[in-house]
Write a protein that binds this ligand. Structure first.
Ligand code: 2AM
Length: 181
């Protein structure tokens, strides 16, 4: 997309994500509680998700472009086994992730990066690292790297709006698209 003048008007902060259904969300939340204890402020259960591609603050035109591109994506459904625990010291994020990243997850994240570029957005240059943030502002690395795997069947992906509130971000699902099979 190119235009002589950048579009004005309100922007929405958007990203594509895998959004867990209730049973998986509960298990992720319980795993976070067991790992981090009650005194740590964790990501609220209803906010737990796995980001596929981050778009940032976009105009309505770009949002429509992203939605059209998402509708064109063909990718098989796949299974995730969330059993890995990690910590990044710079952003101080404590996360859970898949033990293995199945090929359809790489390709889905890749196709969505291509969609971002096709819609005129900057694409991510860092390698994709699938993760579910369990808590932020955590200094210490986890004592363990593995938990009993949480099985998660991936049948669709979603476009999500992040609204930054006074205390925490809240997320709104704007659309979901089915995977094949
Ligand atoms: P995080 O959980 O590792 O912070 C909504 O903000 C989602 O998009 C979060 O999952 C967040 O990842 C991710 N996100 C935020 N800013 C991002 C960026 N600049 N690049 C990639 N992902 C980002």
């Amino acid at each position: 997309m190119s235009s002589a003048r950048p579009e004005g008007g309100p922007r929405q902060r958007l990203f594509f994500a895998l959004w867990p259904e209730a049973a998986v969300r509960t298990r992720l939340d319980q795993a976070g509680a067991a790992l981090l204890g009650k005194r740590v402020k964790r990501v609220p259960a209803e906010n737990l998700h796995l980001t596929l591609a981050f778009a940032g603050a976009v105009t309505a035109t770009v949002r429509q472009c992203l939605q059209a591109a998402a509708a064109d994506i063909r990718c098989p459904a796949f299974e995730l086994s969330i059993g890995h625990i990690g910590h990044w010291s710079r952003p101080r994020i404590y996360w859970a992730g898949p033990v293995h990243t199945p090929p359809p997850l790489w390709s889905l994240a890749g196709m969505l990066q291509t969609a971002l570029g096709d819609c005129g957005l900057q694409t991510e240059t860092r390698p994709y690292q699938p993760h579910i943030t369990l808590a932020r502002k955590i200094q210490r690395a986890p004592d363990i790297q593995h938990i009993a795997p949480i099985d998660w069947s991936i049948r669709h992906f979603s476009l999500v709006e992040s609204v930054t509130g006074p205390r925490a971000a809240s997320y709104q699902l704007l659309g979901s698209w089915e995977l094949e099979g």
